[in-house]
Design a protein around this ligand. Structure first.
Ligand SMILES: [Mg+2]
Length: 224
């Protein structure tokens, strides 16, 4: 039995499912701290930045702040010299950091070949919390620009709100019960999807938590 037996459509998460976002983010922050002030944030810059990103991106996903504002809030908390900076200065600083990150964007092993193989079999989409323009750029870098993109900035709500999955299923011409969501985030890609009536597969590289859904550690397992 294949994991996708009985499925009419597949939805993939993007960051840390298709694009190795965490590795790029960590490399980006290291390079940027080095460039701005290597004496500051010795050692735990990556951990501090990760925590700030998690906290403020969640606020964006929940509609509390704008996309740009969650970036600025991270910077104000991260750099003392930017704690009172004006928006345009913060935006320039973020662009400098982000260029380092983007230079390190790369696919998760097996992601591109898996998506390309599945596209020949059934409708495939990418359902991601984030800004549509930025997420589309990531898909282009992966060589997956033709895959249907559903980014939360253009949806009625972000994952794990049921509306996010429902819209994506409808747009793919499928129904929730015939659609499989694949992603690395237990809340957004597994539990939320299941509450919306989808089947879910947890892409958990090295994780040892228990899951209510089948777990894979390599996306190519979907092709079996
Ligand atoms: Mg993810």
């Amino acid at each position: 039995m294949g994991l996708l037996d009985g499925a009419d459509a597949v939805l993939f998460d993007l960051d840390d499912t298709l694009l190795d976002y965490s590795t790029a983010r960590d490399a980006g922050i290291r390079a940027w701290v080095q460039q701005v002030d290597a004496a500051r944030h010795t050692g735990d810059a990556v951990r501090v930045w990760r925590e700030l990103e998690e906290r403020h991106f969640r606020r964006y996903s929940q509609g509390e702040v704008s996309f740009d504002e969650q970036r600025r809030a991270r910077l104000r908390a991260f750099w003392p010299h930017l704690s009172e900076a004006a928006d345009d200065e913060l935006d320039r600083a973020f662009a400098a950091y982000f260029a380092h990150t983007e230079a390190a964007w790369s696919p998760v092993p097996g992601a591109v070949e898996t998506v390309q193989a599945l596209v020949r079999r059934m409708p495939v989409g990418v359902l991601t919390n984030g800004n549509a323009e930025l997420q589309a750029r990531k898909l282009r870098v992966l060589g997956l620009a033709d895959v249907a993109l559903f980014a939360s900035s253009e949806l009625p709500a972000a994952k794990p709100d049921v509306r996010a999955y429902e819209v994506a299923c409808t747009e793919l011409g499928s129904t929730p019960s015939r659609t499989v969501m694949v992603g690395d985030d237990l809340t957004n890609d597994v539990e939320g999807a299941m509450l919306a009536g989808l089947r879910a597969i947890w892409f958990a590289r090295g994780a040892d938590r228990t899951s209510p859904a089948p777990v894979i550690s390599d996306l190519r397992e979907l092709l079996a």
